[in-house]
Design a protein around this ligand. Sequence first.
Ligand SMILES: [Fe+2]
Ligand SMILES: [Fe+2]
Length: 413
Amino acid sequence: MATKHSEIGIGSHRSIAADFLVVGSRLPFDVYIKERGGLKPLFQKGMVFTNMAREILKEKGLSEAYIESGNVDILKSYLARTKQEDDTTLDKSPIFKKYSFHKDQHYQIDRKLIIPGTSINFNLYSLDKFNLHAVIEADADSPAIVESSLDQLPGDIVINKSDIQLYRDYIDSIIKSPAAVKDMPSNVKPIAIRESSKMVIKDLLDDPRSGEVINKSEEIVTNLIECMHEDNDAIYDLLSLSNYDYYTYTHSVNVAVLTLGLGNTTGMSKDRLEELGLGALLHDIGKSAIPQEILNKQGKLDDYEYRVIQSHVIAGQNIISAHKSLSERSLQTLLQHHEKLTGKGYPFKLKGKYISLNGRIAAIADCYDALTTNRPYKQAFTPFTALSVIAKETGNYDPELLRAFIKMLGKIK
Ligand SMILES: [Fe+2]
Ligand SMILES: [Fe+2]
C-alpha cells in the first residue's frame, strides 16, 4: 500500500459507491478516497469495516471511494458475498447514464397528492433503481381514476417534464375544491401548497428577470404563513424531504418554511414574517447566474470556483433590485444568509451583532437544509446528524436561535 497519496494516480483505480462497503464485513482490498486531487489510502485490506469507519466516510461527505483497478474481480465476489449488485458504478456505466437521462426527462412529484378516487390525465411512473415503470397511463383524451394509494410503491414517483402543467392543474383543483375529494387526508393542503410553491419558484429561477418574481413570491409566502398559522404541524408537511436530487427550487421553499417556522418561535408579527419569508424564498435566486458546471460540480471546488459560487449573494441582490426594491429586512435575509457570527462567512464577513436577526435565522435554515439534502457529491445527513454538525460549529450560529430550531425540529422523524 503506497503511503503518499500524491503518488497514486486515479487512472489506476476505479470508483465504487461508498455504500458498497458493508458494516461488519472484512475488506478484501485497500480502500482509497479522493483528497486534494489525488488518492489517499484510508482503509487497509483485512480490516473489518466498522460503524466508525462508515461515520468517517460520512463525516467527510464522501459517497464514493476507490479500489485498485486490478481488484475488480475481488470486488465482484465481495459484492456477491454481501448480496449487492454493482449497479451504481458512476459516470461511465450505461445504467448511470440511463438514470441521468430519466432524471433529466422527468419531474418528481409527491405521491401523497395522488389521491384514490381523483382523476388524472397524465402518465405516472416509478423510478426505481435506475428503471422506469409505468404506474398509471392516462392523457387528456383518456383520463384515469386513481384506484389505490401509491404509498407502498418502491422508488420515486415521477412524471414527464412535459406534463408539469397538467400536474399543476391537478394540484390546483385539489387545493380549490378539497370537498370534491372523498376521504381527503388532512395533510394534503400543506403538501399541495409546497408542491405548487416549488413549481412557481422553479419558473422564477428559470426566468429570474421576469417582472413577476416578487409578486409571485409574496403570494407564496402569504400562503405558507397562513398554512402554518392554521395548523402548527403544517411545517413538517411543508418541507420537501425528497431525496431525489438537489434543486435550488426545492431548497428555496424549504429554507422559506424553516425560516418562517423559526421566526415564528421568536414571536414575530405577520408583517415581519412576510419580510423574512420573502428574503428566504429568494435567498439563492442569484444561483441562476452561476454556470451549472460549477454549481453541480462533483468534488472539491478550487478557489476560483468557490468565489464564483459565493458571488450568488450579490448576484441575487442585483436580480431583485432590477425590478422593485425589497424592504430592508427582506434584503438582509438574502444578503446575510452565508454570514457567520465568527466573521468567517461571506460576502461581508460580518461579525456577531452586525448580522441581523433575519440573517441569523436564514443562516441556520440554509445550512440545515443543505446538509439534509442529497447533492451530486455527497449523501444527505439525517436531521439528527445535521443538527449535531451545526451545533458543533460553536460560535458560527446564534446559540439561542439554534436551541429554538432544534426544539422546533424535534418532531421530524
Ligand atoms: Fe446561498
Ligand atoms: Fe441556500
